[in-house]
Design a binder for this molecule. Structure first.
Ligand SMILES: Cc1ncc(COP(=O)(O)O)c(C=O)c1O
Length: 435
C-alpha cells in the first residue's frame, strides 16, 4: 500500500494527527466497510450521510457501467440528453406537492448556492430588487460555497472568510439542553425559537429579505432537532412576510427521517428543497434543487430567446450521475427505503436511549434513523471526548462521526435490527473505554 500520505490535503481533518495514525477504508459491501488491516467496520454513518441504500449496489454499478459504454458525457447548456429529463421528472414524482422543477448540480454546496441564487434572481425578475438579504441559522451547515458559508452558522467554517461573505442574518439555533435533554424524537420545547425571525424582520425589514434557509434537522453541527411546531411556525412567518423558505435536505432527504423528505414528514411546504448525497447513493456526486412551480414560472415571462437563468455547471445533469441517481430511485421505490427507515425508527430510538447513564453523556437525541450523543464539554481537552470515542469505535469496528462534543450516527437505511444492536453495543463499549 502507498505509504506517502503527504500529498493529499484531507478536507475537514487535522491532517498531521491523521498521518500519525491513519484510518484507511479499502472495501465496502452492504452496511460494512473493510479497513486496510482487514477488519470489518460497521458503517454507522452511511459514509458521510450519503450511502442510504447500502454499499455495493449492483443495480447502480451496472447502470453506471452501461451509461459509460453508451455516452460518457453530454453538455446540458442548450443541448439535452434523455436521462437528465427523466431524472428530473422522477424526482418531481416523489417531491412534496408544488415542487415541480429541478435544477441539477454536483454536490450539496452547489445545490445550496444554486437555490440561493435562484431566490435572489426570483425577486429581481419580479421587480422586488431590494430583497437581497439572506437568513440562515446559528450552527447551520450549508456546505462550503460562498453562499452556503454566508448563511451557515458554524463559526470555524466562516472565520477565515468572514470579511468577504455576502450579508446574511442568522436565527438562533434550536438546541435547548436544559429543557429538552434526552428527548425521544422531536423535542417538546422551543416552538418560540421560530419567532426569532420576527426580530430579524424588525431589524432589517421584511421587504429587504429574500429567503430563509434552514436544515430541517441540522446535521453537521451535531444533530439539532426542530422542536415540535417550530418549522410550521417558521413557514407561517415566511408566508406572512413574503419570504421564500428553502429547506436544505442534503442529509434529511432520501428517507433519512422515515419519509422521502423531512418536509413531508414534518408537514412543511417549502419553496425550494436542496438535495445531494442520498440522491445518487454517494456513488457519483450529484446535487439538486427542487423548485416551486410559481418560482420557475416567474423566470419564464421574459423574451423566449433570452436565457432565463444565468447559472449552471458543466456537469449539471452529468449522464453518469443521472444513471446512478435513476438506479438509486429504482432501489428506493422497490425496497421502499423511507418506509423501512420509519419501521426501524422505534428500535433505533430504544437502542440509542438505552445508553443513557453512561459516563459523560449529557444528551441523547434522535429522529428517523439519526441519533446523536453529546458529551459534557471539557474545554481543556483536545481532541474532544467525542473524537476519542470516535477513534475507540473505529478500533472496535464501527464508523461514527464526531463533531465538537457530539457523536452522530446515520446508518444505511438497509441496516437490520441485529446490526443496530451491534452498533449501540460497540458504542457503549467504546464510551466506557474512553474516560
Ligand atoms: C445540510 C447540508 N447542506 C449542504 C451540505 C454540503 O454538501 P457537499 O459536501 O456535498 O457540498 C451538507 C454536507 O454535509 C449538508 O449536510
Amino acid at each position: 500500500m502507498l505509504n506517502d500520505l503527504s500529498a493529499f490535503w484531507m478536507p475537514f481533518t487535522p491532517n498531521r494527527l491523521f498521518r500519525d495514525a491513519p484510518r484507511m477504508l479499502t472495501k465496502a459491501a452492504g452496511v460494512y466497510y473493510e479497513s486496510s488491516d482487514g477488519r470489518r467496520i460497521l458503517d454507522g454513518t452511511a459514509g458521510l450521510w450519503c450511502v442510504n441504500a447500502g454499499h455495493g449496489r449492483t443495480e447502480i454499478r451496472d447502470a453506471v457501467a452501461r451509461q459509460l459504454e453508451t455516452m460518457d458525457f453530454a453538455p446540458t447548456f442548450n443541448m439535452g440528453h434523455p436521462l437528465a429529463f427523466e431524472l428530473a421528472a422522477r424526482l418531481v414524482r416523489h417531491a412534496p406537492k408544488g415542487l415541480e422543477h429541478v435544477f441539477l448540480a454536483n454536490s450539496g454546496s452547489e445545490a445550496v448556492d444554486s437555490a440561493l441564487k435562484i431566490a435572489l434572481a426570483y425577486h429581481q425578475v419580479r421587480g422586488q430588487k431590494q430583497r437581497t438579504l439572506l437568513v440562515g441559522r446559528e450552527r447551520a451547515y450549508h456546505g462550503v460555497g460562498f453562499g452556503g458559508m454566508a448563511v451557515g452558522g458554524i463559526p470555524k467554517n466562516r472565520e477565515a472568510w468572514q470579511t468577504v461573505l455576502m450579508p446574511a442574518a442568522h436565527l438562533r439555533h434550536t438546541l435547548d439542553l436544559e429543557r429538552n435533554a434526552f428527548s425521544r424524537g422531536l423535542p417538546q420545547h422551543g416552538v418560540e425559537f421560530a419567532d426569532d425571525l420576527e426580530r430579524i424582520i424588525r431589524v432589517h425589514g421584511a421587504e429587504r429579505i429574500a429567503a430563509v434557509i434552514v436544515e430541517p434537522i441540522a446535521g453537521s453541527t451535531g444533530v439539532l432537532l426542530p422542536p415540535i411546531g417550530y418549522l410550521k411556525r417558521l413557514r407561517e412567518l415566511c408566508t406572512q412576510h413574503g419570504l421564500l423558505l428553502i429547506l436544505d435536505e442534503v442529509i434529511t432527504g432520501f428517507g433519512r427521517t422515515g419519509a422521502w423528505f423531512a418536509a413531508e414528514r414534518y408537514g412543511i411546504q417549502a419553496d425550494m428543497i436542496t438535495l445531494a448525497k442520498g440522491v445518487s447513493n454517494g456513488v457519483i456526486p450529484m446535487g439538486a434543487v427542487l423548485v416551486r412551480h410559481e418560482i420557475h414560472e416567474a423566470f419564464m415571462q421574459g423574451p423566449r430567446n433570452d436565457i432565463d437563468l444565468y447559472h449552471g455547471y458543466t456537469y449539471t445533469g452529468h449522464p453518469v450521475a443521472c444513471a446512478a441517481a435513476l438506479a438509486t430511485l429504482d432501489i428506493f421505490e422497490r425496497e421502499k427505503l423511507p418506509e423501512r427507515a420509519a419501521s426501524l425508527a422505534a428500535h433505533w430510538e430504544a437502542g440509542a436511549h438505552a445508553l443513557k447513564g453512561l459516563p459523560g453523556l449529557i444528551d441523547i437525541r434522535n429522529d428517523g434513523l439519526i441519533a446523536a450523543f453529546e458529551f459534557a464539554p471539557e474545554p481543556a481537552r483536545a481532541p474532544t471526548r467525542a473524537y476519542d470515542v470516535f477513534r475507540a469505535c473505529f478500533q472496535r469496528g464501527l464508523l461514527a462521526r464526531a463533531t465538537g462534543n457530539v457523536l452522530a450516527f446515520s446508518p444505511p437505511l438497509t441496516i437490520t435490527t441485529a446490526e443496530i444492536d451491534q452498533l449501540f453495543s460497540i458504542l457503549a463499549d467504546a464510551i466506557r473505554a474512553t474516560p
